[in-house]
Write a protein that binds this ligand. Structure first.
Ligand SMILES: *Cc1c(COP(=O)(O)O)cnc(C)c1O
Length: 376
């Protein structure tokens, strides 16, 4: 079996599991307890928090642990909009965000906020100019993803962040696909709120973080204990937080080698496809080394994915298949409008364990199956 769907999720690294195990078996105390069991959990969370802060050039008090990327996105967007709505009720995002962001903005619309969805050009990169044109005197919050999860394109986060800082408009970025894989400096980039998740970087599922610039207040979205400096109620996922931090440490340490490894795999795949007779196009411009989205004209995506799966190859289509009908990918629709490619594209996302031999088999599988649809 060959797994090329690392943008959906990744396997946990054994080193990560090893770090987590003691916090489930022996050091299981509640971090809010004063006894030694509790203090050990508290100390582990503090260490993890410092690690995360260092990775972002933030302060430990600016990190809130969450149950994942989705909760972090929801808390940032709903929490900031509700808290600062007296300053204005206009908010901005893009049309190709992850649903954890898009659906949070739809919720804000229901609550009476005015939402501007920035159009996305075919390059898959929104521009600072488009953002400038959308900003109004009553704009209070902007959310633009760092790296897109379907096409891998990187957005001009630093340029947008510096502009929004001048305008005194809050800036959130969903950095789930990028955190630990690329260097992020929240100070230099003018980021006020940032979401990340454990399971996209070979860490555990069900844990994430939200960076919140000091001085900012978010309207609480859950109610209970006083954990996370009264900002996120509920007993901390100690083992998950420890595993997440270890995943960040390992990913960041191996960043240069892994990035160039994925670029080589990408180049190899494209070389093989170009040398064949099949028709294909790359969706969006190159961004994250490990994500590539390919359009295969005239291919029926559902049987195509099943045929690949029968060869032991796991890739994904951005288009969701609900009750037998293929819904076009909202990301590709944002980039290309109504276009067959919104239903005839696949995402290949590399990760640890993928090598050149696997990519040769992937390329051969793609070529054989695409030919059966294209008759070339
Ligand atoms: C996976 C993902 C999320 C959701 O994170 P979870 O931890 O699975 O809730 C949010 N945004 C992006 C860009 C993602 O890829």
């Amino acid at each position: 079996m060959m797994y090329f769907d690392h943008a959906a999720t990744t396997p946990m690294r054994p080193e990560v599991l090893e770090k987590m195990t003691p916090y489930m078996l022996e050091q299981f105390g509640n971090p809010s307890s004063v006894h030694a069991f509790g203090r050990s959990g508290r100390a582990a969370i503090d260490t993890a928090r410092r690690m995360m802060a260092t990775e972002l050039n933030a302060k430990p008090t600016e990190i809130i642990f969450t149950s994942g990327g989705t909760e972090a996105d929801n808390y940032a967007i709903i929490g900031a909009a509700m808290q600062y709505q007296s300053r204005g009720r206009h908010v901005i995002t893009t049309r190709f965000e992850h649903h954890a962001v898009l659906h949070a903005f739809e919720e804000l619309e229901k609550r009476g906020f005015d939402v501007t969805y920035l159009d996305v050009p075919a390059s898959g990169v929104v521009t600072e100019e488009a953002l400038r044109a959308a900003v109004r005197p009553d704009t209070i919050l902007v959310s633009i993803m760092f790296g897109n999860n379907e096409v891998g394109t990187i957005q001009p986060i630093a340029a947008c962040g510096r502009f929004l800082q001048e305008q005194q408009i809050l800036f959130h970025t969903d950095a789930v696909q990028v955190f630990a894989k690329m260097a992020i400096d929240v100070e230099e980039m003018g980021i006020d709120l940032l979401s990340a998740s454990g399971h996209k970087i070979n860490g555990p599922k069900g844990v994430g973080l939200l960076y919140v610039r000091s001085g900012l207040k978010l309207s609480p979205q859950s109610f209970g204990g006083e954990q996370e400096r009264k900002r996120r109620a509920g007993t901390e996922n100690v083992a998950g937080i420890v595993g997440f931090a270890e995943a960040v440490r390992l990913t960041a340490a191996e960043r240069p080698q892994q990035t160039s490894h994925y670029r080589q795999l990408r180049t190899l795949l494209l070389e093989r496809l170009e040398a064949s007779t099949i028709d294909f196009e790359v969706n969006g411009t190159e961004g994250l080394a490990q994500v590539i989205n390919l359009y295969f004209p005239r291919v029926e995506i559902e049987p195509f994915l099943i045929m690949l799966d029968m060869r032991g190859i796991a890739v994904s289509s951005g288009s969701a298949c609900t009750a037998g009908s293929i819904e076009p990918s909202h990301v590709l629709s944002a980039m290309y409008g109504e276009n067959p490619r919104t239903k005839q594209s696949v995402r290949i996302s590399f990760g640890r364990g993928n090598d050149a031999a696997q990519v040769e088999l992937l390329a051969q599988g793609l070529i054989d199956i695409v030919k059966s649809f294209q008759n070339n």
